[in-house]
Design a protein around this ligand. Structure first.
Ligand code: PLP
Length: 394
């Protein structure tokens, strides 16, 4: 054990991040004195409208887009739903086939499943043992009925980064739009819609120091896509509803801050990530790294410990002041093994024994030391109690 003061070591930044104080400060006036509805025609409303447009410019600048190609949403889930259902609806006459990967977030997978119930055909591309999609497999899956290819930039559970540029090029060779869920990538990697060739890109504020319930969908000009919400003329008639002005302001400020020092920030997290991975693999037997060893988010550690249950690791870590996750936050309440880990070929019992630690700007080397000092003891104790552990001399 350790003599350090008890305090929270938060290592679940893929689930959510604390809102940065500068972001909260930027948002506050838009709840109170600048409370106007951006659609109204007087000064207090104009201030709100200008703030929304300024935030749009900030989001656009962060991803290399034009401001008129950025549409605010209630988060990553809505952006994913809109991209997929919107393109499907606008292209129904052209075809009825969508290509995605087997390891997408449920915001994409469940959207596709819902389209399947309406008669759409969906190909869920397999991945290799590291969670990578082979662009060649995308090419093989394309038919003359394919209207969209959607592959995430980086995975929320295992951190694997996809070859999105190569995938986008293949889609474009066949005149098919390419969507990427970049929810986990923004603030961790440089993301640029021109460099990747994305026609649609989803992002979410709370993953990079912004408020929850905020996000955006980038839509390249001339992409055929239906409106998401019917009603007023907000977001150029494509996403009706009075804008969440404070949230949008916060999103704009957060993306500006998160992308300003991205290389430096990523290098710092990468060093801590690698120390954690090495430390865990070196000190705990029967352990393997999930996800790609190199093509991986700078803040993601995901390790499978044999003979133990992820939930028991989490409870033990919680008692020691460490907040972590077994898989994605959305599935951690479910008893099903992670669809991401099983798609990578992990047997269900090993998928169940996986732990995800995701770092953020407030984590320190001291936090890494602490986790490395407590986790081997936790795993050893759980293995002693586990009926799955092979008995010595057997
Ligand atoms: C890859 C990915 N896509 C989409 C989402 C959903 O984003 P939001 O929480 O903003 O709805 C998440 C959140 O966990 C995610 O990790």
């Amino acid at each position: 054990m350790t003599d350090r003061e008890p305090r929270l070591v938060y290592m679940d930044h893929a689930a959510t991040t604390p809102t940065r104080p500068e972001v909260v400060e930027a948002m506050l006036p838009y709840f109170t004195e600048r409370f106007g509805n951006p659609s109204s025609l007087y000064a207090v409303a104009r201030e709100a409208k200008e703030a929304v447009e300024e935030a749009r410019g900030r989001v656009a600048a962060a991803i290399g887009a034009k401001p008129e190609e950025v549409f605010f949403t209630s988060g990553g889930t809505e952006a994913d739903n809109w991209a997929i259902k919107g393109v499907a609806a606008a292209n129904r006459k052209k075809g009825d086939h969508i290509i995605t990967s087997a390891i997408e977030h449920h915001a994409v997978i469940h959207t596709c499943r819902s389209l399947e119930k309406q008669g759409w055909q969906v190909t869920y591309l397999p991945v290799d043992e590291f969670g990578r999609v082979d662009p060649g497999v995308v090419e093989e899956a394309i038919t003359d009925k394919t209207v969209l290819v959607s592959v995430m930039t980086a995975n929320n559970e295992i951190g694997t980064i996809q070859p999105v540029r190569a995938i986008a090029e293949i889609a474009h060779d066949h005149k098919i739009p390419f969507h990427t869920d970049a929810v986990q990538a923004i603030g961790a990697l440089p993301v640029n819609v021109e460099a990747t060739g994305a026609d649609l890109l989803s992002l979410s504020g709370h993953k990079f120091g912004g408020p929850k319930g905020t996000g955006a969908l980038y839509i390249r000009k001339k992409t055929r896509i239906g409106a998401f919400m019917d009603g007023g003329a907000q977001e150029r008639g494509r996403r009706a509803g009075t804008e969440n002005v404070p949230g949008i302001v916060g999103l704009g400020r957060a993306i500006e801050l998160a992308t300003a020092d991205i290389e430096e920030h990523a290098a710092r997290l990468r060093a801590m990530r690698d120390r954690l991975i090495r430390g865990l693999l070196d000190t705990i037997p029967d352990t393997r790294l999930n996800g790609h060893p190199v093509e991986r988010l700078p803040n993601n550690v995901n390790v499978a410990f044999r003979y133990v249950e992820g939930e028991s690791i989490l409870l033990s870590l919680d008692a020691l002041g460490v907040a972590a996750s077994t898989g994605s936050a959305c599935t951690s309440a479910s008893l099903e093994p992670s669809h991401v880990l099983t798609a990578c070929g992990l047997p269900p019992e090993q998928a169940h024994g996986s732990l995800r630690l995701t770092l953020g700007s407030r984590n320190t080397e001291d936090d890494v030391d602490y986790v490395l000092s407590v986790l081997p003891g936790v795993i050893e104790r759980l293995r002693q109690m586990s009926p799955l552990t092979p008995k010595r001399n057997e």
